[in-house]
Design a protein around this ligand. Structure first.
Ligand code: KG4
Ligand code: ZN
Length: 341
């Protein structure tokens, strides 16, 4: 009851999120999305996303306060995602959060959005173990993190050198003529295909790559291999085995993600993996990770899907960790950083 009440503001991409968290308890989480406005362009248009944040922020804030039955004056601290993300979207959310904090005279924390994808799991599954490996996968990120302390000590083990996993799925979806975003469609079709039917390459899996990039990912070579495979069949006038292409492609992506996540745990003597990001909806990621983690004696923690896509709860949850750790708020002149590590 008397733990600090933290208001979280999310605005890295196309979701405007506002949430309230006390300790690890989520009071409310409201999200407005501009996804529908981008679909016809086949990708996020930053200018449209920024304007949508501007229009959505106050209604989203008001709806969150009303649903939680909370007055603004009861808020003890404000947290916003300060990066990585689209600079226009971040700027709108950060200005809104700064204005609120300054008007209310409350501390403001500018936070890392990717870390928030992990922090949100505490709202559902409680306190984190002492150390864990975080795997954050979405349309914008594919990161492996060693989390010694969610508020103070996070080591980036690796990330994608080119496309994020969700982005690669979306690109393959486009090659196959599926609607945007293609990720969920490719996933659905993959479940009816044979992953062994086509042998697609695994990025950064040769011995030399494993030495130099043990925890990095690369999906652009795989995407090119899929494009060539499709072109060749089309030139020959053959019908595309769409389900098999999706299954073999999905297997290649998830083989890389899961094998490197498990290897990171083993190398650092960690017994828990926490997953975050919209790609954690992927059915093969879930099944392959469960299989490999349980074989290795590793526990997998995965927030429910509604907390895996971008939301204010992830930022409020992380803010709550910083407040609980007694960390100083951000300086008032902090700027959003679109390429924050
Ligand atoms: O976290 P998110 O909602 O937005 C950000 O990118 O931050 O993630 C969306 C991404 C998109 O690329 C989408 O196609 C992909 O995650 N995605 C999936 C699945 N569900 C969403 N990719 C593969 N399989 C899925 N089931
Ligand atoms: Zn995200």
């Amino acid at each position: 009851e008397n733990l600090p009440l933290v208001l979280g503001v999310e605005s890295t991409c196309d979701e405007t999120g506002v949430a309230l968290v006390r300790g690890h308890e989520l009071l409310v989480d409201v999200t407005a999305s501009s996804m529908d406005q981008h679909a016809r362009y086949g990708g996020i248009i930053p200018e449209i996303a920024s304007r949508a944040h501007l229009e959505s922020f106050l209604p989203t804030l008001e709806s969150a306060l009303e649903k939680a039955g909370v007055e603004l004056s009861e808020v003890d601290a404000i947290a916003c995602s300060a990066g990585p993300g689209l600079i226009g979207s971040l700027t709108v959310g950060n200005c809104a959060a700064k204005s609120l904090a300054s008007a209310l005279g409350k501390p403001l924390y500018g936070l890392n959005h990717v870390v928030g994808h992990l922090a949100v799991d505490q709202l559902v599954h409680g306190e984190f173990p002492e150390r864990f490996v975080g795997l954050v996968v979405s349309g914008g990120h594919s990161n492996l993190l060693l989390v010694n302390d969610i508020a103070t000590d996070i080591v980036e083990l690796g990330g994608t050198l080119d496309d994020a996993a969700g982005e690669a799925f979306d690109k393959v979806g486009r090659l196959l003529g599926l609607p945007y975003p293609g990720g969920p469609h490719v996933d659905r079709l993959s479940q009816q295909g044979n992953p062994e039917a086509i042998k697609f390459p695994r990025g950064l899996s040769r011995p030399k790559d494993l030495k130099e990039h043990p925890y990095d990912f690369s999906f652009s070579g795989l995407k090119t291999a899929v494009a060539r495979y499709i072109e060749t069949l089309q030139k020959q006038g053959e019908e595309l085995p769409v389900e098999d292409i999706c299954a073999a492609f999905s297997e290649a992506v998830n083989d890389s993600l899961t094998s490197k996540a498990i290897a990171a745990c083993q190398a650092h003597d960690v017994k828990t993996i926490v997953i975050g990001g919209g790609f954690s909806a992927n059915s093969r990621l879930r099944s392959l990770l469960d299989e490999r983690a349980s074989a290795a004696g590793i526990e997998v923690r995965m927030p429910p899907l509604k907390y895996c896509t971008d939301n204010g709860a992830q930022i409020a949850a992380l803010g709550s960790n910083l407040v609980a750790a007694g960390l100083a708020p951000s300086d008032w002149d902090f700027a959003p950083d679109s390429s924050m590590p």
